[in-house]
Design a protein around this ligand. Structure first.
Ligand code: ADP
Ligand code: MG
Length: 701
């Protein structure tokens, strides 16, 4: 015990710090920073090396670099003059500041960033980073990044007590400079926490407090590059703690589930015979394997939470159907939740075909007529409907099941926590089977679905024709239309996909964009004889349904769409898809789109038109393995984007990185299972309670 001031735990509220009152604390909390730990886990985004700071007066005496735009220079000075104007030729807003550091003046220039006039004030002391160029009035720095360090020249000196100056992002009204001060004070006052990591994870890593000091107040011998790349043992310590906390939460939830009594679905040789007789074809080996895993779960006496993964077209629906049939044919109810009405209808149709006309099946959609809906609800409540297919309407309060034993969620990325909550009120603890639309890399599946067992369909049904994939430059688009022409002439159908375009995008102007109206005009002119139907997200639901149905029925032979068709739609006669502006799509999304063709027995084509990002898009030409494409997509875009922006459910780590640290996550998971089996320590439990909200952990009892 140190004899000085009593030290604070990392869990202490920030109000213990000087200058953090209730108002300030609220602002920080809104930014996700409530405790000392939160404050300290938010690392600097940059480390400025005092050695790299240049005197303005000496800038023009330095040798001119060969490629001046490449060299970023750092200067520190006070803004003497600030003005706003408009450029004469292109009418751009121009912001100019004159920076003075006592050795000379440097002109800083920004284009089209008029808001800067509100952020900066004459007298502000700023660090500016940017490339030097020769302007009309001598050297200038164009579009520099900057950090406001304070006002005037008074408080500058304490910045440079060390070689490295850490920079923090501004949080609302809390500037990076204020954060520096808070971090400094926090580090001076916190005491060493208990070790939270098991020995196998802690090996070779500095302790928590040492790691935080190394990263917020790096010693002079540190390497700025390594610090900024987040590639040091100190980062390893903090990332391990985040991932281990997360893995512990998942393991606890799982342990809790394993204790619950699951409904035992009876199985028998007769039942198996009956199910086999329902199928129109032989299962693939992968389908058989996945179904066996599901049967094992359903008969185990535990509650199933299983993720069924498979490449596009691997036949997940059939596996889901078998699981549902197992329940439904033994007197229980099973429900299938689809993300859109088009898909719900399609599944209902598939089930109808498998089960025959008078099947005990019920479709439930949001916009049903009142009488129809009442009848549907009655059939579900009485237990007469044993296969219940629908959209989110299934989870409304009015819906009650007589004996719900299995919930299947199709094409959804995030395990239906909300839905599970909705069902809890209905007194059921059913089995869950979740199917993902695109393959999800293992590390990400672990992070997002955590507490789920996985079955993987890594085999396509036999007889699939490979899809020929081509990447065409905008000038070669004619070749795509020739292929469409040929396929239509052969009696087939075709998809054309346009990116959903925000009208404001056009001005951005890297590649001129062709919107869906322009594409419609092009297609009407090019294929005048063909019935074309157009679908996009702004159509009313019933209109969209009607148009999709016309295409599925073959009444329309050419479908022009935004990505509303992305998931699930199954039209075997469609043999070609053209994607315009393919650069606007993620790789996994394109792969998912590609899965809409090649579903019948005929050779199909997937044609991407794009004038840019060809390097990235080539991945689709090179492989048709959805798992590999997903991994590449994840590496390129990161976990949040990978799932698209809609409620992705990806936990927010501050230091850990799900792509880079996937190996570490796997080890943390193993350690967490062992730790939970042994029993957690008091400090581990307290720590988990604190991390709960941020890491999206389930309730910890
Ligand atoms: P996804 O996994 O993308 O959801 P689907 O379940 O829609 O794939 O299946 C794709 C197509 O493959 C469907 O037309 C389905 O009828 C067919 N299919 C599924 N399983 C088999 C099988 N074992 N043999 C032949 N065709 C199959
Ligand atoms: Mg599907």
């Amino acid at each position: 015990m140190p004899p000085t001031l009593p030290s604070l735990p990392l869990s202490a509220k920030l109000t213990v710090l000087r200058g953090v009152g209730p108002a300030f604390a609220t602002i920080l909390e809104d930014a996700g920073i409530a405790s000392m730990r939160d404050l300290l886990m938010a690392l600097p985004y940059r480390y400025v090396d005092r050695g790299s700071l240049l005197k303005i007066g000496e800038l023009d005496r330095r040798p001119v670099p060969r490629d001046p735009d490449r060299e970023i220079v750092t200067v520190l000075g006070v803004i003497k003059d600030l003005r706003q104007s408009t450029t004469r030729v292109q009418r751009m807003a121009l912001t100019e500041a004159l920076l003075d550091d006592g050795t000379g003046h440097l002109r800083l220039v920004w284009f089209n960033q008029a808001y800067l006039a509100r952020v900066l004030k004459p007298g502000d002391r700023i660090l500016a980073f940017g490339p030097l160029s020769a302007g009309r009035q001598g050297l200038e720095m164009r579009s520099p990044a900057f950090e406001v360090m304070g006002r005037g020249s008074d408080e500058a000196e304490d910045l440079w007590v060390r070689r490295y100056l850490p920079l923090y992002r501004k949080l609302g009204p809390i500037t990076g400079r204020v954060r520096q001060r808070l971090v400094g004070e926090a580090l001076a006052r916190v005491g060493a926490p208990d070790e939270l990591l098991p020995p196998e994870l802690a090996r070779g890593l500095p302790d928590t407090l040492a790691a935080l000091r190394l990263l917020h107040q790096p010693p002079d011998e540190s390497d700025a590059q390594e610090l900024e790349n987040r590639d040091t043992p100190a980062h390893g310590r903090l990332a391990s703690e985040e991932l281990f906390a997360f893995a512990l939460g998942v393991a606890l939830r799982r342990a809790g589930r394993m204790k619950r009594r699951g409904i035992i679905v009876p199985t028998s040789p007769e039942l198996r015979e009956k199910l086999r007789a329902l199928l129109p074809f032989h299962l693939t080996g992968a389908q058989r394997g996945a179904f066996k895993e599901i049967v094992d779960d359903l008969t185990s006496g535990r509650v199933m939470h299983r993720l069924l993964q498979g490449d596009v077209g691997s036949g997940k629906t059939l596996v889901a159907f078998l699981a549902m049939a197992m329940v439904a044919e033994t007197g229980g109810q099973a429900t299938l939740l689809a993300p859109t009405e088009v898909l719900a209808r399609q599944h209902a149709l598939t089930f109808q075909r498998l089960l025959g006309e008078n099947a005990p099946m019920q479709l439930l959609l949001g916009p049903m007529k009142a009488a129809e809906k009442r009848a549907a609800l009655a059939r579900i409540a009485s237990g007469e409907a044993r296969y219940v297919v629908g959209t989110h309407a299934l989870f409304q309060e009015a819906v009650s099941f007589a004996n719900l034993q299995l919930v299947v969620v199709d094409e959804q990325h995030r395990f239906g926590v909300k839905q599970r909550e909705a069902l809890k009120g209905k007194g059921a603890d059913p089995h869950w089977l979740v199917m993902s639309a695109t393959p999800i890399p293992r590390s990400l599946a672990l992070a997002v679905f955590g507490d789920l067992e996985q079955s993987v369909l890594d085999e396509l049904p036999p007889g699939r024709q490979p899809v020929t994939t081509r990447l065409l430059d905008s000038e070669d688009a004619e070749r795509a239309w020739d292929i469409v022409d040929r396929e239509l002439a052969a009696g087939h159908q075709a998809f054309v996909v346009s990116p959903a375009i925000d009208p404001q995008d056009g001005s951005e102007g890297k590649v001129p964009l062709r919107d869906i109206q322009a594409m419609e005009a092009l297609l009407t002119a090019r294929f005048p004889e063909i019935t074309l139907t157009v679908v996009h997200g702004r159509l009313k639901a019933d209109e969209l349904e009607k148009r999709m149905a016309a295409f599925v029925a073959g009444e329309a032979r050419l479908l022009l769409a935004t990505t509303v068709i992305e998931v699930g739609v199954d039209v075997a006669n469609a043999t070609v898809m053209v994607v315009d502006h393919a650069e606007r799509f993620g790789l996994s999304q394109l792969h998912q789109l590609r899965g809409r063709v090649g579903r019948g027995k005929v050779h199909s084509h997937f044609l991407m038109i794009s004038g840019s990002e060809t390097q990235r898009l080539r991945a689709l030409v090179e492989t048709s393995d959805g798992f590999r494409i997903a991994q590449k997509d994840l590496e390129l875009r990161g976990p949040g984007e990978f799932f698209g922006t809609r409620q992705s459910g990806v936990p927010q780590f501050q230091v850990a990185d799900l792509v880079r640290d996937r190996q570490l996550l796997a080890s943390c998971r193993e350690s967490a299972e062992r730790a939970v089996a042994r029993g957690l320590t008091e400090s581990q439990l307290a720590w988990l309670r604190q991390e709960q909200a941020r890491l999206k952990l389930a309730e910890i009892s």
